[in-house]
Design a protein around this ligand. Structure first.
Ligand code: PLP
Length: 233
């Protein structure tokens, strides 16, 4: 029987080392500077003591996909490791904007004007200015978060001109079971025509491909920490 307690977790520092090497190889193949790619270790469902092993191994950048889980795990870790940078990679409800702005340094899931407004209000109130990525639903999947590709330019204008938010790039999650290349290329194209450098794309199965297509942030979970004990949306 499989329960979360007896799932076999590999040593996360081995996983981290493997992923770092694969990123270096992908950068070499793409003739890119390794410093141009940030590894966001997706630590959702991973317990704090496992995360700590990777912090001690020198990894600084982490991504959570839920505000509540981030609040439960990270304040204590950050007190001990203030150099950590925390990213929100999952969907964000406007009523959690306050907590998200307080906790996260970077938010990858901005996808609608109402959320921009809520974030802008909190940035002003809290005197914080997290870096933001606009999530694009490149596969136009009805169940998935993200602005549709055709509406991305307008949303970016709203973020920047109406709300003066610090938008640094675009994020996508290609449809499961589809080759990701066309999605990565489309995201890069929308970013280029909007003058954005940041591309948050690539997960455990396709981060090397994403790097070939210009990813600046790869979000990698299971390749570092092992299979998750339970699925997440
Ligand atoms: C969980 C998650 C990832 C990492 O997924 P893996 O397949 O485990 O690498 C990346 N991005 C988002 C938005 C996620 O929720």
């Amino acid at each position: 029987m499989s329960t979360p307690g007896n799932i076999c977790r590999p040593d996360p520092t081995d996983g981290l080392e493997t992923v770092r090497r694969a990123i270096a190889d992908a950068c070499a193949r793409a003739q890119r500077d390794i410093a141009s790619v940030t590894l966001v270790a997706a630590s959702k469902t991973v317990p704090a003591d496992t995360i700590e092993q990777t912090v001690l191994a020198g990894h600084r950048v982490y991504g959570e996909n839920r505000v509540q889980e981030g609040k439960a795990k990270w304040p204590a870790l950050r007190e001990r490791f203030p150099e950590v940078e925390l990213h929100l990679i999952g969907p964000l409800q406007s009523n959690k904007a306050r907590e998200a702005v307080a906790l996260f340094d970077v938010i990858h899931s901005v996808d609608r004007p109402g959320l921009c407004e809520a974030l802008a209000k909190q940035c002003e109130k809290q005197g914080r200015r997290p870096k933001l990525f606009v999530q694009v639903n490149t596969g136009a999947e009805p169940q998935k978060a993200g602005i549709l590709p055709d509406a991305a330019d307008d949303l970016l204008t709203t973020c920047r001109e109406t709300y003066d938010l610090d938008v640094v790039g675009l994020m996508c999650i290609p449809p499961a079971g589809e080759p990701p290349e066309a999605h990565f290329a489309q995201l890069a194209k929308i970013a280029a025509r909007n003058g954005l450098d940041g591309l948050s794309m690539g997960m455990s199965t396709d981060y090397a491909t994403a790097i070939e297509f210009g990813a600046t942030h790869v979000r990698v979970g299971s390749a570092i920490f092992g299979a998750r004990a339970y699925p997440t949306p």
